[in-house]
Design a protein around this ligand. Sequence first.
Ligand SMILES: C[S@@+](CC[C@H](N)C(=O)[O-])C[C@H]1O[C@@H](n2cnc3c(N)ncnc32)[C@H](O)[C@@H]1O
Length: 424
Amino acid sequence: MKTTIKKWGINGEGIAYYHRKPVFIPYALPQEEIEYHIVKETRKYCIGEMDRLITQSARRRYPLCSKWQTCGGCALMHTQYKEQCKMKSQMVKEALRKYTKYQGPILPIIKNPDPLGYRNMCKLPLQKINGHWQTGMYEANTHDFVAIDRCFIHEKQIELVRKAALEVFDQYQLKDLETLVLKVFDQKVQMILVTKEITVSDACITALSAIDSVVSIWQSIKKEESMDTFGDTMIHLSGTETMELTLGAIHCQLLPRSFFQLNTKQALRLYQLVQEWTPNCHTIMEAYCGIGAMSLFVANKAESVWGIEYNRDAIENAKINAQWNHCDNVSFLCGDANEKLMGTNESIDCLIVDPPRKGLESMVNTILQKQIPTILYVSCNPSTLAKDLAVLTKQYTIQKVQPLDMFSQTPLVETIVYLERKSK
Ligand SMILES: C[S@@+](CC[C@H](N)C(=O)[O-])C[C@H]1O[C@@H](n2cnc3c(N)ncnc32)[C@H](O)[C@@H]1O
């Protein structure tokens, strides 16, 4: 069948219509004329597969990575960077229009200075192919391993260490390797080997430690299948336990299981913006604070700042980070964000939230009960953001919306929203 793509879908696909039903067609761009067939049809939508590109969009470009379609992580790699940014701004605008009554402006997206080579972390499945260890990925919805020998969005150090580590794994004939996790901050790399058993010899650890820029090595033993990358046991093998990173004037540490934003330069831009938008006030609470970087950035805006996070390692880091940066007015609590907010007797002037992709869930109602004057909502998912805003706008007005490109080549977008409580 022939069709013309009408607009973008939230996962970077093109959307056309078949008998008035939307058809999501991966790798087709708006305004392109294509031939396609339907691979799945439901009551509300169809999934299509492109057979032939008839008229090519001027926005299309040659994707650098030969595995981009198999991997699927960089679903926008065939699109010029300027257009990727337009698509993301459009996503934020449409999500807000769909779920809230917001008709105001969306600030121009903050572009990524490095649309390639920006990612400071990788979690790569490992498999032995023809006697050699390879990093790769599993094809979507299958157990089929696809070896990937280069990733264009990883920071350079990650790629160098990844290749050198594979040689060491072969040389020492390692067994039971599951996943290779690498993190890079300030040109230094932390390596975490996820294995089924304890199989790493001292000689192998010495060889891995000798790889240029590796400063920290951990092993995580994962005996059972689970969605978590790491297993229950974490063993420190060599070098420093924590990684250190500098974000403008702030110096932080983090442990392997602590969350940090995937793009260090854009994380700094995000924290600077949050600092700029946070009003001077008495008490700030930051829910979902990770290692506490945002709380430290807003420390000079209030008499006291509270950070809440349920990951124990991240809270341990956050407490040390407050000391390192002489932020005596910043405290951190370990626990569920909603429960801590519900249980507090403090009068909060400004709430900063940066929840995971699923959004605020029931915390949205706790926020309404607390009658907090200002909220800064940092989100990596425009759909859950907009659904939460639909509830919050019963009491709040959206003052500013700022998209930021944290994850170039992918359809994901970070958004910061500033909300003020309506006066009665
Ligand atoms: C998107 S990250 C934001 C981290 C931090 N704001 C930063 O910039 O690094 C979300 C964080 O929320 C934490 N988290 C997830 N669910 C939580 C919950 N119910 N209560 C408290 N923290 C939670 C995660 O461990 C993660 O550190």
